[in-house]
Design a protein around this ligand. Structure first.
Ligand SMILES: Nc1ncnc2c1ncn2[C@@H]1O[C@H](COP(=O)(O)OP(=O)(O)OP(=O)(O)O)[C@@H](O)[C@H]1O
Length: 253
């Protein structure tokens, strides 16, 4: 409880200064298996420190995140990043809902990632140690990743994404399988990442988490943006009928 209040306060005291968006989506369409998934989605994202993408199951949140990560291309419309070489040049990192880790130690996973990201060999160990400390995983350095708890595995996945020194960190329901204590640890890590200048876009169904962390909420419904509002306004006075229904637990597709 103390931890969660601390996070709430941190979130409220963090600057909500606006920057140019990290990514601009215009009239984006995406089809899968012959079905429209995203249907003319337009949004400017990454102006604030943390944006939460919310919406009911099947609204298209994960597909939008995959698009932002460059894992899929739109069937129509445009996606413009603030960086000409994104997402190829490691400016954007994605953490999946279930951590995908190598069958190596915690340290081995980080060293491998640093090598992949082109960090010179002489700098890898010191950078890996920094990342371990960043994730409160120093005492787990030699532990096989598969022997870590679920919360520790997700922390490792998150700090491994930080090994890319990303400008934009995309997180798909990073705490959906975790208990409150592990969730608080991940939320603290997310805030620490923003303190280092990383912008975060996270998909979450956890309204409490979105309230604690997010500056703004992008609410998707049926492949479109139903609402994009500052978090305080979204929760106190949602502008769209869909968001109001979702927050009351009434929205089904
Ligand atoms: N490869 C695919 N082929 C066909 N349909 C797909 C494919 N991938 C996703 N879909 C469909 O696209 C829609 C959006 O999926 P997506 O995973 O983005 O939703 P979501 O908002 O993240 O949902 P959830 O909250 O359940 O994770 C869903 O109806 C899903 O069934």
């Amino acid at each position: 409880m103390v931890e969660s209040n601390r996070l709430t306060n941190l979130a409220h005291h963090r600057g909500t200064q606006t920057r140019p968006p990290a990514v601009r989506l215009h009239d984006v369409h995406l089809r899968r298996g012959g079905q429209p998934i995203l249907r003319g989605l337009s949004a400017e994202l990454g102006q604030s420190d943390i944006t939460a993408i919310m919406g009911p199951n099947g609204a298209g949140k994960t597909q939008l995140l995959r698009l932002l990560a460059g894992l899929t291309q739109p069937d129509g419309g445009t996606v413009h990043f603030a960086w000409p070489d994104a997402p190829e040049k490691h400016r954007i990192a994605l953490v999946f809902q279930r951590p995908v880790l190598l069958r190596r130690s915690t340290l081995g996973n980080l060293s491998h990632a640093l090598r992949q990201y082109g960090v010179p060999r002489r700098r890898r160990l010191s950078r890996a140690m920094e990342l371990l400390a960043f994730g409160d995983l120093t005492d787990r350095a030699r532990t096989p990743a598969r022997a870590l708890s679920g919360g520790e595995q997700q922390r490792l996945a998150l700090v491994r994404a930080m090994a890319a020194a990303p400008d934009l960190l995309l997180l798909d329901e990073p705490t959906s399988n975790l208990d409150p204590r592990s969730t608080a640890a991940i939320e603290a890590l997310i805030l620490r990442a923003t303190a280092q200048g990383v912008r975060v876009i996270l998909v979450t169904h956890d309204a409490g988490q979105a309230r604690r962390l997010a500056d703004d909420i992008l609410f998707l419904h049926d492949g479109r943006v139903a609402e994009h509002s500052p978090a305080s306004r979204f929760f106190d006075m949602p502008a769209s009928a869909q968001a109001a229904a979702y927050l009351q637990g009434d929205l089904y597709l």
